[in-house]
Design a protein around this ligand. Structure first.
Ligand SMILES: NC(=O)c1ccc[n+]([C@@H]2O[C@H](COP(=O)([O-])OP(=O)(O)OC[C@H]3O[C@@H](n4cnc5c(N)ncnc54)[C@H](O)[C@@H]3O)[C@@H](O)[C@H]2O)c1
Length: 254
């Protein structure tokens, strides 16, 4: 039987690439997102290439919603081996009017949404997945998405930094709780991931990584693929930064 992965934010830029990459590696994927249209698009993209995918619409900030989606996916696809919580984002996740205000000016609804999707979502989705994996009794893999911002902070992103820092901390605590069940828990922290439409506006930011190249969604998906593979069986409680060395920041003179 194929291994089964549940991916939140699977309709998004990085999440859809994670879903496709895992599907290509032989895993049956449950693509979950709050956006029904992008769930369908991702599932269609994966199945069109001949791989196994099924869609689930759920809100990671609502325990009942994400619990049901993960439980249903495990029933439909036969089991659950991997959960990747990709859903998240900074202020804009709270809507088109949300801004990257400094904390003293930031609005309650933005702070609430950023913490809920990035951190509560990670906690709820991890809990739902762990309950099923523990029952199955043969281990599992949990990956939550952090960010380089969770490591270093960023002006205009206090809420996001807190949420993503929280993801790194929960990764360590949950790895301690789940180790005895052979369930590994790790976190992935991208730097700036390049979307095709952002090529010009963020050009200078890409210049600040050590490789002078753009990070793609595939770069992040490849890291996830490794962390959920048999080759990473002894890695747990860790956060992996994938940012071309950008967080090292001080390059020195040439
Ligand atoms: N893009 C980057 O440069 C970058 C950098 C560092 C970290 N990250 C992290 O990577 C992850 C993916 O980012 P992305 O660039 O693909 O963003 P994206 O906006 O393309 O995807 C995020 C997805 O999450 C979904 N989502 C939002 N709220 C939800 C909810 N309540 N329940 C379920 N799904 C919900 C959205 O519909 C969307 O499809 C995020 O956690 C983000 O913080 C991204």
């Amino acid at each position: 039987m194929k291994k089964v992965a549940f991916i939140t934010g699977g309709g998004g830029y990085i999440g859809s690439e994670v879903a496709l990459t895992l599907a290509k590696s032989g895993v049956a994927v449950a693509v979950c997102d709050i956006n029904e249209e992008t769930v369908s698009k991702t599932v269609a993209r994966i199945t069109a290439e001949g791989y196994t995918a099924k869609g689930y619409v759920a809100d990671v900030t609502e325990p009942e919603s994400i619990n049901n989606a993960i439980k249903n996916a495990a029933e439909h696809l036969g089991r659950l081996d991997i959960m990747v919580h990709v859903a998240g984002g900074s202020a804009r996740i709270a809507g088109p009017n949300a801004k990257f205000y400094h904390l003293v000016d930031q609005e309650d609804y933005v702070i609430d949404k950023v913490l809920k999707v990035n951190l509560y979502g990670a906690i709820y989705a991890s809990r739902a997945a762990a309950r099923i994996m523990i029952k199955q009794g043969d281990g599992g893999r949990i990956i939550n998405f952090s960010s380089a911002v969770g490591l270093n902070g960023l002006k205009g992103c206090v809420d996001y930094a807190a949420a993503k820092g929280g993801v790194m901390s929960m990764t360590k605590a949950l790895a301690k709780e789940l180790g005895e069940y052979k369930i590994t828990v790790n976190s992935v922290a991208p730097g700036i991931v390049c979307r095709p439409e952002e090529n010009v506006s963020h050009e200078r930011m890409y210049e600040t990584n050590l490789l002078g190249e753009k990070c793609t969604a595939e770069d992040i998906a490849n890291l996830v693929e490794f962390l959920v593979s048999a080759k990473a069986r002894f890695i747990t409680g860790q956060t992996y930064v994938c940012d071309g060395g950008r967080t090292l920041s001080m390059k020195g003179t040439d």
